[in-house]
Design a protein around this ligand. Structure first.
Ligand SMILES: Nc1ncnc2c1ncn2[C@@H]1O[C@H](COP(=O)(O)OP(=O)(O)O)[C@@H](O)[C@H]1O
Ligand SMILES: [Mg+2]
Length: 370
């Protein structure tokens, strides 16, 4: 799939913008603060239903304006579609597909499938477990609106169970009431953990293959889900139910639920060692890059179509050998990459997009024949 064009109105620092993208590599260059990230953020908004860098939708609306609009024309194997997001400071966020408003946010997922990588994503390796859970949940949701809904439902039930633990102090009363929540929570947890494990299992071989490719076979990467045991959702549900009951006294004391998918983690082992503790910054960057490429390949397999890749300010941080190898690996994909400067240009045709003060100039560069 590819993004053909993008039209912005009062989005971030853009008053109005209309621009087209190329089906291959798009190099988005320009000085700091000109609007490079804002442009790719607009694209990601329609893939993720939210910005990859802020949870405050009102930040996306241009200063002193009340309404922002992002319109993308995308091309899938089956044809073109128009995806649109309207953000009102007062009226909230609405999505449209071919000009029809969608009823549930989850319906936007799966139309534009894009993998995003920015320097901030190093927290997937170096940050707290919450970052790794967020990585899984955001990325699984891209292909599956029903997974997104599952996580929302889990959060609601969790909130109810925690409320009970926090507000009631009589153990017998809690025992009377908590089983209803345990049952629902465990059932949703079984489905969530099962889905996450299968995502990790699909990702792992591609990530290992990619890290070997990028490091000329010197590195290996293993990825493990750290949470309740079990293969099927029914097995996981039983494990969770047992732990919820076993930990009741502890949870009562804490006033919240101490086990479940909202506490799970993922371990990335680079050459057999936990990369959170042992990997250098450069290695962490390689791990996240490998993860993102792996995701691209998993999504491609699941969709039967190539998703798009957005690299925000990470390409120029890679050493020249990795930059060259990356171009090689990404042949055939649409790639949007931002940077202040590109030392290595693709050897195939590409589009040079120069961003200056929220204006974009494009120049198509044809492959040099040897
Ligand atoms: N809601 C907004 N309204 C107006 N300008 C904004 C808004 N949000 C961000 N900006 C401006 O956008 C610029 C940053 O753009 P960005 O795309 O992040 O830059 P870069 O080209 O370095 O990636 C800054 O000048 C910032 O002030
Ligand atoms: Mg930027």
């Amino acid at each position: 799939m590819q993004v053909k064009s993008c039209k912005l109105t009062n989005f971030r620092n853009y008053e109005t913008l209309e621009t087209e993208f190329f089906s291959g590599v798009n190099l988005i260059a320009g000085g700091n603060g000109q609007g490079k990230t804002n442009l790719v953020e607009a694209v990601m908004l329609l893939a993720l239903s939210k910005s990859p860098r802020t949870s405050h939708d009102e930040d996306l609306v241009r200063e002193s304006q009340s309404l922002a609009r992002v319109e993308l024309v995308i091309e899938r194997d089956f044809g073109k579609m128009k995806l649109e997001c309207v953000l009102g400071k007062e009226t909230g966020k609405k999505f449209f597909i071919n000009s029809n408003e969608i009823k549930k946010v989850s319906d936007i997922f799966g139309n534009l499938v894009a993998v995003y990588f920015s320097p901030n994503d190093l927290v997937i390796v170096s940050g707290s477990p919450a970052e790794r859970r967020d990585f899984m949940d955001t990325d699984i949701s891209e292909l599956s609106g029903s997974y997104y809904n599952l996580v929302q439902r889990y959060q609601k039930v969790l909130f109810q169970r925690n409320k009970l633990l926090k507000t009631v102090h009589d153990k017998n009363l809690i025992i009377d009431q908590i089983e209803v929540w345990n049952e629902q929570l465990a059932s949703l947890a079984g489905l969530i953990i099962k889905t996450r494990k299968s995502f990790i299992n699909k990702l792992a071989p591609f990530a290992d293959e990619t890290i070997k490719f990028l490091s000329k076979d010197s590195d290996t990467l293993q990825i493990k889900y750290d949470g309740a045991r079990g293969e099927t959702s029914a097995e996981i549900k039983e494990e969770i139910l047992k732990s919820l009951r076993f930990n009741l006294d502890k949870d009562m004391e804490l006033g919240y639920t101490s086990i479940g998918p909202h506490r799970d983690d993922v371990v990335f082992e680079l050459n057999g060692r936990d990369s959170k503790v042992f990997a250098s910054q450069g290695q962490q960057r390689s791990i996240v890059l490998a993860l993102k490429i792996a995701e691209l390949l998993v999504f491609e397999r699941e969709l039967g179509e190539k998703p798009i890749l957005v690299l925000d300010d990470v390409f120029s941080e890679l050493d020249s050998a990795r930059q060259r190898k990356l171009y090689e690996k990404l042949a055939g994909f649409q790639v949007l990459m931002t940077g202040t400067y590109f030392k290595f240009k693709p050897s195939e045709d590409y589009l040079m997009m120069t961003v200056k003060n929220a204006k974009v100039k494009t120049k198509f560069v044809e492959k040099k024949e040897k």
